[in-house]
Design a protein around this ligand. Sequence first.
Ligand code: TMP
Length: 207
Amino acid sequence: MFITLEGPEGSGKTSHIPYLVEYLREKGYTVFPTREPGGTSISEQIRDVLHDLKNAEMLPRTETLLYQAARAQIVEQVIKPRLAAGEIVISDRYYDSTIAYQGYGHQQDLEQVRGLVCYATGGLTPDLTVLLDLDVEVGLRRKTQNEVEWNRMDAYTVEFHRRVRAGYLEMVKAEPRRWVVVNSEQKWDDVQAELKKVILDRLVKSQ
Ligand code: TMP
């Protein structure tokens, strides 16, 4: 089972994943958490280039290709072997981030972007994708207030981030069987409880 978590900035994915992993391990599942961009040495180096605020001149096409380069590496080196070994892989972001940010956010041709994504992943699609959804301004405010990493992507305009969120919601509509939406404006504990339920239900159903 390949599970991905997605969401606009400040949606809290990263803070939820360790607790989810611990919960599923307690239930007896073998779980491997990872993140994008990153998760391998090469992909983490590409992440640094992508997120460095001093790379402000980076073009959307360059950005799109770098995310795919990082992805190609983690898919082959980590995700596919773990899935083949029967593990549950939980990824903090995957290709839907590219469709949302580089496709909808930068308003690039969606078909071309989907083609690049397919090349990078070899067609590997998640079994379940959870969208941690929240108002864009609430999310950006959370990020500034919590003093977490503020990177080159965060620094795009609010309009960019609004298109990202709208893009996610379009994707949910287009593929309702793969996606589940969790409102991440709820209290952290309530979000965590809903995430655990959604994921465990899906795991149990798939057995
Ligand atoms: P995060 O790890 O804090 O969520 O940061 C990852 C950033 O990278 C976030 O701004 C979303 C962005 N991103 C893309 O724009 N495209 C992608 O394909 C991925 C994986 C991430």
